[in-house]
Write a protein that binds this ligand. Structure first.
Ligand SMILES: Cc1cc2nc3c(=O)[nH]c(=O)nc-3n(C[C@H](O)[C@H](O)[C@H](O)COP(=O)(O)O)c2cc1C
Length: 378
């Protein structure tokens, strides 16, 4: 059996396979509330046969959203709107669903990409941004307000409130966004964090606030549900986070109950990233090897055979797909067919799960892949 289609357990959650749909901002919310687009977007991905769907970066407070169209989980209205979407999606899909909680820090308050990414002025609904230090992301970006202790406590409290809302929504897994230069990531990176208090300077100090957030969230999230963290294996910048620091961060997270890591890179400043298939996998591999934590690899993994090889080589435990699965939402079906495995598919589509033709049927007319799936589940 292909490793990609073997189940994996994270606390009491069992993912039916190791294909993960990476969190992807949709810039389609209104005041943080999920819209009809989320029904379409999450709905179609939830019937793709992947093992886990992670909902996009979701702001824990209005100022923590990347853009004003970003999803939030800071109000009753936000919670109700997402409940409406999940109710419909859940009716048709059993795929485990997680959410990525986020604070965008100094990279908040931008225009949505379709309007030309870049800082949104107040006339465009923009707002003041916050960060570990008053250093803008880039020359034309807003100079952030430096968070003081009270500001940091408020951020932690908002992460905790959003965590409780995520639990009430019945979400199966929580991921904290500690990558790509957003608030948690900016505390970790010396590029954005030049504080001279106990939250800046040494790695131990730079990790302190992100770890405080994770600890508070882990305590608020039910014991039986998994919580993981996405972070950078590298900033790809001189003086930025490097793989050694990423490993140390993962170890510190593991010590306080982190169940998996999702290793990405970049975003703490403009960088030349050497893009190629699986370009971030070596970071995942190091973190996995040195911490033993269940690890997700992500970034330009497009071919099923490549995904399988990463797992076979022991470089990661799960494969997250972003653009590849938007481009081809039936990626898990095709990968399963190519690797000789089976995945869950809606009964409405059961005649279409193979590309090579009709699936064979048993004497009762049940397509063989469904029978195989039922058998594999006992
Ligand atoms: C449309 C889009 C939105 C994204 N939004 C998020 C996000 O909300 N949170 C996050 O951590 N990464 C986000 N990413 C990054 C992806 O999760 C993924 O790490 C990245 O695209 C690399 O994987 P890929 O080559 O499979 O696309 C986004 C990527 C895309 C294409």
């Amino acid at each position: 059996m292909a490793m990609l289609f073997e189940p994996i357990a994270l606390r009491s959650l069992v993912l039916p396979n190791r294909v993960v749909i990476a969190p992807m901002c949709e810039f389609s919310a209104v005041d943080g509330c999920a819209s009809d687009w989320h029904i379409i977007h999450l709905g179609h991905l939830a019937v793709s046969g992947a093992g886990l769907l992670i909902i996009e970066a979701t702001g824990v407070e209005p100022a923590g959203r990347i853009s004003r169209e970003c999803l939030g989980l800071y109000s009753d209205e936000n919670e109700e709107a997402l409940a409406r979407v999940l109710k419909i999606v859940r009716k048709y899909a059993s795929m485990p669903i997680g959410i990525q909680l986020s604070h965008a820090g100094r990279k908040a308050s931008i225009r949505k990409p379709a309007d030309g990414r870049g800082p949104a002025g107040e006339e465009e609904g923009g707002w003041e941004v916050v960060a570990p230090s008053p250093i803008p992301f880039a020359e034309t970006w807003k100079t952030p307000r430096m968070l003081d202790r009270a500001g940091m406590d408020s951020v932690i409290s908002n992460f905790v409130q959003a965590t409780k809302r995520a639990d009430r929504l019945g979400l199966d897994l929580l991921e904290l966004h500690s990558a790509h230069g957003y608030l948690m990531s900016s505390y970790l990176s010396p590029i954005a964090n030049v504080r001279t208090d106990e939250y800046g300077g040494s790695l131990e100090n730079r990790m302190r606030f992100p770890l405080e957030i994770f600890k508070a969230v882990r305590e608020a999230w039910p014991d039986h549900k998994p919580a993981g963290v996405r972070f950078n294996g590298s900033d790809w910048l001189e003086g930025g986070i490097d793989p050694d620091e990423a490993v140390a961060y993962a170890k510190a997270l593991a010590a306080i109950g982190c169940d998996y890591v999702d290793v990405s890179s970049g975003g703490n400043g403009y960088a030349n990233i050497p893009l190629s298939p699986g370009y971030q996998v070596p970071f995942a591999e190091r973190v996995k090897r040195e911490t033993g934590l269940p690890t997700m690899a992500v970034g330009l993994i497009r071919e099923p055979s490549h995904a399988e090889q990463i797992l076979q080589d022991g470089m990661a435990d799960m494969i997250a797909l972003g653009r590849g699965i938007l481009n081809n939402p039936r990626w898990p079906w095709h990968a399963a067919e190519e690797l000789g495995a089976v995945v869950e598919a809606p009964h409405q589509y059961m005649r279409a799960v193979t590309r090579t033709g009709l699936p064979t049927q048993d004497s009762t007319g049940v397509p063989s892949h469904i029978a195989q799936l039922r058998e594999s589940r006992g």
